[in-house]
Design a protein around this ligand. Structure first.
Ligand code: FMN
Length: 360
């Protein structure tokens, strides 16, 4: 069993990099998957800002991947600069998950992450996502089949448990480590909490203390350098995965890298840098999706609107544009009218499901 203080001492004395299985990652600050947002284009634009240690794809249905479903292949699309990357798979059948992991290894991917945290009914009702973590034996069977199928590191992302009465994560993390899992990412909420309430730091710490040596990646509500440092300190976790915080502040990984070097991290990206990020994100998207990017990018209009302080009429045009030329004109105007509207960093912009979690 690891103690919290030994993890903390190690964190302060060692470098920014971190090892997961045979992978040496340049930073201990990772991008948590946000299905629909953290695709190749966004990951690449983020990586160009610096400081990102590891990104993980959206959850990919293992069966669909094996049947070469077009959407699944789009989700695992990557490039030489989109490194280091893990592919997250989900499903409930050990054979299928093991076969999907092997397929990924055979196709050159360097890491597989098993989703055990998704709270959505369509995933849980088929026995996948957070539901897997309810059954100790079958969870272990599934994990051991995947680990045995491949040489590349296998990691697991999970929640603290199904609800307050079933906090299974520490016991499972210890079992998964014995089975050969290379790291655990732990979102400090239960499935019953959905995205509500607050992250349970003590719950994350219990997972850290349950494992012998593998890295534990803390996750949930990290929005700033201070939040990340507080999570490292209070839980003793080895790394942090940031999802919505990276949408709010794409510069967060760069800031964390600077903070680790004791440099000034509290900068405001210039208007040029902000608009460059917007253009870069879109252009990278066109490399994968061509004309269809005009539709795909609309999803980001509200976020860019608030984050970059884009005047509302331009935000509206960003939601409706139909050609690359139109996009460039809008981006030019966004630059020239920068500052007309105040930037706001409202977390609600990355939509989470609402209503009672039982009905998601
Ligand atoms: C829109 C959205 C999509 C998500 N998609 C995934 C996913 O595909 N796989 C996964 O493991 N977690 C997914 N998550 C959970 C996040 O990775 C993360 O655990 C959670 O948002 C808490 O971290 P954060 O506060 O840093 O965002 C998603 C969360 C949101 C809000």
């Amino acid at each position: 069993m690891r103690t919290q203080s030994s993890a903390r001492e190690r964190d302060q004395s060692e470098s920014h990099e971190i090892r997961i299985g045979d992978r040496v990652l340049p930073s201990r600050f990772f991008l948590a998957p946000l299905a629909g947002y953290t695709h190749l284009a966004f990951r690449t634009a983020l990586r160009e800002l610096g400081g990102l240690g590891l990104a993980t794809t959206d959850l990919v249905h293992a069966t669909s991947l094996l049947s070469k479903n077009r959407k699944s292949l789009e989700l695992i699309a990557t490039s030489e600069v989109d490194r280091p990357l893990s592919i997250q798979i989900f499903g409930s059948k050990p054979d299928v998950l093991a076969a999907a992991a092997l397929w990924l290894e055979d196709h050159g991917y360097s890491g597989v992450d098993i989703n055990m945290g998704c709270p959505m009914a369509k995933v849980n009702s088929q026995g996948g996502g957070a539901r897997i973590a309810c059954e100790y034996d079958s969870a272990c069977e599934l994990v051991s089949r995947v680990v045995d199928a491949v040489q590349i590191p296998v990691t697991v992302k999970m929640r603290l448990g199904w609800d307050r009465d079933n906090l299974t994560a520490p016991e499972l993390a210890a079992a998964f480590e014995r089975l050969g899992v290379a790291a655990i990412t732990i979102h400090g909420r239960t499935r019953a909490q959905g995205f509500g309430g607050s992250v349970d730091m003590d719950g994350i710490r219990q997972v850290v203390e349950a494992v012998e040596a593998i890295p534990v990646v803390g996750n949930g509500d990290v929005r700033s350098v201070n939040d990340a440092q507080a999570m490292l300190k209070t839980t003793g976790c080895d790394a942090i995965a940031i999802g919505r915080g990276a949408m709010l502040d794409p510069w967060i990984f760069r800031r964390l890298e600077l903070a680790a070097q004791n440099k000034d991290w509290d900068f405001e990206p210039t208007p040029d840098e902000q608009v460059h990020f917007l253009r870069r994100h879109f252009r990278l998207m066109t490399e994968q999706h061509e004309e269809y990017s005009c539709k795909l990018f609309r999803k980001f209009a509200g976020w860019y609107g608030a984050r970059l302080g884009i005047p509302e009429d331009l935000e509206d045009r960003l939601r409706r544009f139909e050609s690359f030329d139109e996009f460039e004109k809008i981006a030019d105007e966004i630059r020239s009218r920068h500052g007309e509207r105040e930037s706001s960093v409202a977390t609600a912009l990355v939509k989470v499901p609402n209503g009672p979690v039982e009905r998601w």
